[in-house]
Write a protein that binds this ligand. Structure first.
Ligand code: GN1
Ligand code: MG
Length: 401
């Protein structure tokens, strides 16, 4: 049996299978050329669908391979008129999220708040409810599930189109502005110290001392670089502690693939993945989107010569983001936009490396050493960003003027 992960499998391969979000992967198992699905998973998805009372007959599923922590599946239901209706079922990673019910309450509060804004024109995700009125389901094996109606849209894991990047900036900027009057006290802290870079570094270096998997010897070079950049990486955490930067309600996971775009117009429809909406720094949101969207390569590119910050992409995203947020950002927030990108890139490198050193328990890995490849890629990107730091600041100030 050969296991094939295809980046995009069209309806031609699996008849009746509707077009996917363009860049999203679908996982199939091929047996002698015929498309076989994982039976146990299929049964699980069927039972989840029935708990959420999805109408029609279960028809097929596909694994969406985006996302490094939760399990995401497209599930297709045949309707009495033979049409196919598609949903997204997600298994929330309970190693990462200790209070999935809290996440769902946050999502309910945040999406309701956004919808109530009379100026808001986006698409809204429709989460389904179980018979007892819950928007999540705890299955027998202690897994947390949620289901929402699939939005026919396109997402990007890498993107060279500057208009799309500008639109992503608009979407994340608007998201932040829409939540500017939201009472942060109402939110559950879904992952404590999520973007506390100082704490992330402390955790990494504690695990270096402990070396539980005997992997430290392989990564001295990476640790040396992180040590040399530690003061830079921790600057924003200290500014926050000193009260110099305002705490806002932020998304905290602003990868460009967390924006759904209209297939025809390329305009952003909705920001998704609200699992980590918590109080945070605006520049972490800006920075994480730059880390992902303005890189010349994927987040886990193994050929480091291909990994760089593209200043034109940076400019396009910054234009979109600043166009929506400039009236509310403080001068220090504007001054630290470029630093936000460097910070989050170093932070993520430290998280990938920490996971590598402690046995790959947090992020999903597709192969042995995947977290180390991700670490090296993020460090190369951080290095390139740091060499372009003055230019990034210049671009931000040019736009903000
Ligand atoms: C995880 O699962 P995904 O792709 O939405 C992680 C983010 C990282 C990202 C790196 C809860 O997000 O913080 O930036 O991987 N989410 C969590 O790809 O840890
Ligand atoms: Mg996420």
């Amino acid at each position: 049996m050969r296991r094939v992960i295809a980046t995009y499998i069209s309806s031609a391969l699996c008849p009746g299978f509707p077009d996917d979000y363009r860049n999203q992967g679908c996982e199939f198992i091929f047996l002698k050329g015929c498309c076989m699905k994982n039976k146990a998973l299929e049964e699980k998805l069927k039972s989840v669908g029935s708990v959420f009372r999805l109408p029609g007959t279960f028809y097929s599923y596909a694994v969406i391979t985006d996302g490094n922590v939760n399990g995401t599946y497209k599930i297709n239901y045949r309707q009495p008129d033979k049409s196919i209706k598609t949903y997204v079922a997600q298994r929330i990673n309970s190693y990462v999220f200790k209070d999935p019910a809290g996440i769902m309450e946050n999502i309910d509060l945040v999406t309701t708040h956004i919808r109530e804004n009379p100026d808001w024109k986006g698409v809204s995700l429709h989460f389904h409810h179980t018979e007892d009125g819950k928007n999540y389901y705890l299955s027998d094996d202690d897994a947390f599930w949620r289901v929402y109606t699939y939005v026919d849209a396109v997402t990007y894991n890498t993107c060279d189109n500057l208009d799309i990047l500008r639109n992503a900036g608009v979407a994340f900027g608007e998201f932040q502005m829409n939540l500017s009057d939201f009472d942060a006290q109402k939110l559950h802290t879904t992952i404590p110290d999520f973007h506390n870079t100082k704490k992330r570094m402390e955790t990494l270096f504690r695990h270096v001392e402990e070396d539980p998997c005997n992997r430290v010897a392989e990564v001295w070079e990476e640790l040396d670089y992180l040590s040399s950049m530690r003061e830079v990486a921790e600057r924003m955490s200290l500014m926050l502690m000193r009260g110099e930067l305002p705490l806002r309600v932020t998304h905290n996971d602003t990868k460009i693939n967390n924006v759904l775009f209209d297939k025809k117009t390329g305009k952003a429809l909705v920001v998704i993945d609200l699992d980590t909406v918590m109080p945070g720094l605006a520049m972490h949101d800006f920075g994480d989107a730059v880390r992902f969207g303005a890189s010349t390569a994927a987040e886990d590119e193994a050929d480091l010569s291909r990994v760089m910050l593209d200043l034109e992409k940076f400019r396009a995203f910054a234009e979109g983001f600043i166009s929506r947020t400039h009236h509310s950002l403080t001068p220090l927030e504007i001054d630290t936009m470029a630093l936000g990108a460097v910070t989050i890139t170093l932070e993520l490198a430290s998280r990938f490396l920490d996971d590598y050193l402690t046995g790959d328990k947090y992020f999903k890995v597709n192969y042995e050493g995947h977290n180390l490849v991700r670490t090296r890629c993020q460090l190369k990107l951080a290095q390139d960003m740091w060499s372009k730091y003055d230019k990034m600041c210049e671009i931000v100030h040019e736009i903000a003027k």
